[in-house]
Design a protein around this ligand. Structure first.
Ligand code: AN0
Ligand code: CP
Length: 319
C-alpha cells in the first residue's frame, strides 16, 4: 500500500479484517519490519488517541517516531499559493512539506476541515499537498472528509462484538455545542457500506451528509424508529454539510442525546463512539458506563488499526 486516506484503500475489507486479527494476536511479530524507518506524525489539530495509538503501533513495528504539533513551536504555515507573505506566517507549506519528507519514510497527517470553504475541505487541500509534495507515503490521521484509522478500528470492534452475521448498525447524530467535522461519520458510512450489514443513519432534518459517503444507508429522521432492533448504536455529532449552512450548528436539541430509554428500544445494542465524547450532550453517563458501552475496546483497537495500516505501508516501501 502506498497511501491510506480512505478505508477503501485497504482493498477487500474481509481480508483487511483478517490481517488486523493477525496483528492483534501477534503484536510483536513484525518488530524488524520498521527497523531504521522513521514515522513523522504531523498534527494541525489536537489528539489523544490518534497520537498515542499510532505511536504505539509504530513502536510495535520497530519504527522510530517523530511527532510535530504544527501549532506549538513550529513556524506558522501559509497554505495558499500566490499570497504575498507579509503577514504573521513566516513559512509556506510548499517548502515545509518537502523538507518534512526529507526527515522520514512515512508521514501521517491530521488536518481537520476548516469550515471556511466547503470545496477546499472536500478537495482535501492540505492532505493532497502532502501527497503531492512530500515524496513519501502519506496516511490520514483524520483529514477534512475522512478518519479512516478510526473507521478501521470501528469495523474491527464490530467484528469482535457482533452476535449475528448481518447486524443492524445505526449511526445517530447527537447534540454538541461546537461545530464538528463530518470526517468521522463520512468515513464510518464509507466503511459500513463495504459490508452487507443493515445500515441506518438518523439525524434531524438539515444534517444530511454527502450522499457519496452515505450511499446505500437508509436515512430515518425519527431517532426512536431508527433505534428499533439495532445491534450497534454509533453516536456522533457533526455540523451541517448542506450548501448555505456548511459548518454550522443548526441544532443542540438534547432530545437527541443517547439515553437509556432509547437504548431500551434496541436489540440490547452495543454503544460506540470514537471519543472524545461530551457526556450528557452526546450520551448520558449511565449509557456510556453501562456494560453495553464498548468505547474503551473501540479505542484500544486504534493500535491494531494503525499497526495493520503501517505494516502495509512499510511493506509498500520495499516493493
Ligand atoms: C473531532 C471530530 O469530531 O472530528 C475528532 C474526533 C476523533 N472531535 C472534536 O474535535 C471534539
Ligand atoms: N478518536 C480519535 O481520533 O481521538 P483523538 O482525536 O483523541 O485522536
Amino acid at each position: 500500500m502506498k497511501e491510506f486516506t480512505s478505508i477503501r484503500q485497504l482493498g477487500d475489507i474481509r481480508e483487511a479484517l483478517k490481517k488486523a486479527d493477525y496483528v492483534k494476536k501477534n503484536p510483536y511479530a513484525d518488530q524488524t519490519l520498521g527497523k531504521n524507518r522513521t514515522l513523522l506524525m504531523i498534527f494541525f489539530n489536537s489528539s489523544l488517541r490518534t497520537r498515542l495509538s499510532t505511536q504505539k503501533a509504530a513502536m510495535n513495528l520497530g519504527m522510530n517516531v517523530i511527532v510535530l504539533d504544527v501549532n506549538q513551536g513550529a513556524w506558522k504555515l501559509e497554505t495558499e499559493r500566490g499570497v504575498i507573505m507579509d503577514g504573521d506566517k513566516p513559512e509556506h507549506l510548499l517548502e515545509a512539506i518537502p523538507v518534512m519528507g526529507c526527515y522520514c519514510d512515512i508521514i501521517g497527517v491530521r488536518s481537520f476541515a476548516r469550515f471556511e470553504n466547503k470545496e477546499d475541505d472536500y478537495n482535501e487541500l492540505i492532505l493532497n499537498q502532502f501527497i503531492k509534495y512530500s515524496g513519501r507515503p502519506v496516511f490520514s490521521m483524520e483529514a477534512a472528509t475522512r478518519h479512516p484509522l478510526q473507521t478501521f478500528a470501528d469495523m474491527i470492534t464490530i467484528e469482535e462484538f457482533k452476535k449475528t452475521d448481518k447486524p443492524k448498525i445505526v449511526m445517530t447524530w447527537a447534540p454538541h455545542p461546537k461545530a464538528l467535522p463530518q470526517a468521522v461519520p463520512n468515513s464510518f458510512a464509507e466503511g459500513i457500506n463495504l459490508t452487507d450489514y443493515e445500515f441506518v443513519i438518523t439525524h434531524p432534518e438539515g444534517y444530511e451528509l454527502d450522499p457519496a459517503f452515505t450511499g446505500r444507508a437508509r436515512i430515518e429522521y425519527d431517532q426512536d424508529k431508527a433505534f428499533e432492533g439495532a445491534d450497534f448504536i454509533y453516536a456522533k455529532n457533526w455540523a451541517a454539510y448542506k450548501d448555505g449552512a456548511y459548518g454550522k450548528v443548526l441544532s443542540t436539541d438534547r432530545s437527541w442525546t443517547v439515553d437509556s430509554r432509547k437504548m431500551a428500544l434496541t436489540n440490547n445494542a452495543f454503544f460506540m463512539h470514537c471519543l472524545p465524547v461530551r457526556r450528557n450532550m452526546i450520551v448520558t453517563d449511565d449509557v456510556i458506563e453501562s456494560p453495553q458501552s464498548i468505547v474503551i475496546p473501540e479505542a484500544a483497537n486504534r493500535v491494531v488499526s494503525a499497526q495493520t495500516v503501517l505494516k502495509e505501508l512499510l511493506i509498500g516501501l520495499e516493493a
